[in-house]
Write a protein that binds this ligand. Structure first.
Ligand SMILES: Cc1ncc(COP(=O)(O)O)c(C=O)c1O
Length: 461
């Protein structure tokens, strides 16, 4: 369209766009976006062209070419427990964290429902601004009591607890020493802190001491991180010695009790109770609400000043919503049941021992497992482990494979989670089935070495 000026003459193109821009500004209309062809274009890489994506699909294709379906994200119905309903079929379940069967305890479900009636399904915002609900403080006091600690703080995720707490307490000039088998969330927290990081060989406290010796005087803050019960291997650290070491070198000791609460100790109070060590000797107790306590979220128990510092300093606490009321209600009641009914923990201990003894008697390699709620059955080859899990599911047993990179190459395994609710018959039958199917796979030569041979002879997945 041609536009004329006040003198009746046609306006030049530049004057015309200047006039239009001024008129738009007067009318409060935002600037028109620049024409596409005026802006240099760069195409963002499509996600399916990323190397990491290609690697994922390659792994899956190798599995498919060997007739192994993806063992992850299997559709389940019903509650996690000693029985699972997978693809409409009831199977024995050795892949649930419901160590004490509390996901099935009627009083836990009732507590979750009454928390909804009282507080709704959300506390709506960070506790700093949304205010406190007594149920959350009751849960924190209950968790503090487990460790005879001054106080505790609960967070909305166990993973985020480790990430947030470690990255808040530790600074670039500090040092984090952790067991090489520690959970990924501990490594992420340490990395995010910017502190120097050193892993020591699993449960090798002599190496830990050497690292502390080497670092003497170089760091104001040193944090040692271990797990109460190792989640991939099912063994425990020497807490008494760790306490002695951390005192000698002026370090903080943090113990992740994700798998230890409800499992270790005569009444399920975890590693300190199991080892006969005063829990107050540990600076930072960490745990999750997602395993024994049948909910989701994480916690820290320790001194009042530590808890205050974290509640005002951890970004994931200050800027994240508080735990949802039904989860707080459920976990508070689950904790109460755990304390009221120590026979659940006693039953779990018997089952853990029974599984270990039966597996050893069947000649299965139980790795570092020592009769607690987690027992690996070492397979070595990742493909064989995945295939074993698949065949066991077909035979009526759900147990998942753990493969690289979750564990080192050639350390693939099936990871059995044993609960207080498994029967002796289920345990014995799970061991027998595993022995039988593993023997068949070995006899058939199923494994990655077979794939390597085929690749060498020109075959491509
Ligand atoms: C040792 C350990 N720490 C932390 C976590 C994270 O906990 P959550 O799954 O509750 O976020 C896990 C999860 O399995 C774990 O095994």
């Amino acid at each position: 369209m041609s536009v004329r000026g006040s003198n009746g003459k046609l306006l030049a193109a530049d004057d015309k766009s200047d006039l239009i821009a001024r008129m738009r500004a007067l009318a409060g209309i935002p600037r028109a976006p620049a024409r596409d062809d005026a802006v240099p274009q760069r195409v963002a890489p499509a996600f399916d062209t990323l190397d990491e994506y290609k690697l994922l699909t390659q792994h899956r294709e190798i599995g498919h070419s060997q007739g192994v379906a993806d063992p992850f994200f299997r559709l389940q119905r019903g509650r996690a427990g000693s029985i699972a309903i997978i693809e409409g079929r009831e199977v024995m379940n050795f892949a649930s964290y419901d160590y004490l069967g509390l996901n099935h305890a009627p009083s836990v479900a009732v507590a979750a429902k009454s928390a909804i009636d009282m507080y709704g399904t959300s506390v709506s915002a960070s506790r700093l601004v949304a205010g406190e609900r007594p149920i959350l403080r009751d849960l924190e006091r209950g968790l503090a009591e487990v460790y005879a600690a001054e106080d505790a703080a609960v967070f909305v995720s166990g993973h985020a607890t480790n990430v947030g707490v470690i990255s808040t307490l530790m600074r670039p000039e500090d040092l984090v020493l952790y067991d090489e088998l520690c959970h990924a969330s501990i490594l992420v927290g340490a990395k995010l802190s910017g502190a120097a990081r050193r892993a020591f060989r699993h449960n090798d406290l002599a190496t830990l001491e050497r690292l502390l010796e080497d670092a003497a005087g170089a760091h104001e803050r040193i944090l040692i991180v271990v797990e109460g019960l190792y989640s991939m291997d099912g063994d425990v650290p020497d807490l008494a010695r760790l306490v002695e070491i951390k005192r000698r070198y002026g370090a903080w000791l943090m113990v992740d009790e994700a798998h230890a609460l409800g499992v270790l100790g005569a009444t399920g109070r975890g590693l300190a109770e199991d080892a006969g060590v005063d829990p107050r000797a540990v600076d930072i107790w960490m745990g999750t609400l997602s395993k024994t306590l049948a909910g989701s979220g994480g916690y820290i128990a320790g001194s009042a000043s530590l808890v205050e510092l974290l509640k005002l300093g951890v970004s994931g606490f200050v800027y994240s919503v508080g735990l949802s009321p039904p989860v707080a209600g459920a976990t508070l009641e689950a904790l109460a049941v755990m304390m009221r009914e120590p026979e659940r923990t006693a039953r779990l201990k018997r089952n853990g021992q029974l599984f270990l003894e039966a597996a050893r008697a069947a000649g299965l390699d139980t790795g570092l497992g020592c009769g607690h709620a987690i027992c690996p059955i070492m397979v070595g080859d990742s493909l064989r482990a995945a295939k074993l899990s698949e065949r066991l599911l077909a035979a009526g047993l759900n147990v998942l494979p753990i493969i690289y990179p979750a564990v080192p190459m050639q350390s693939a395994r099936l990871r059995f989670f044993i609960t207080s609710e498994h029967t002796e018959a289920q345990i014995r039958s799970a061991v027998e089935m595993t022995r039988r199917e593993l023997d068949r796979l070995v006899a058939d030569g199923v494994g990655l070495s077979g794939v390597a041979q085929r690749l060498a002879s020109g075959w491509r997945p």
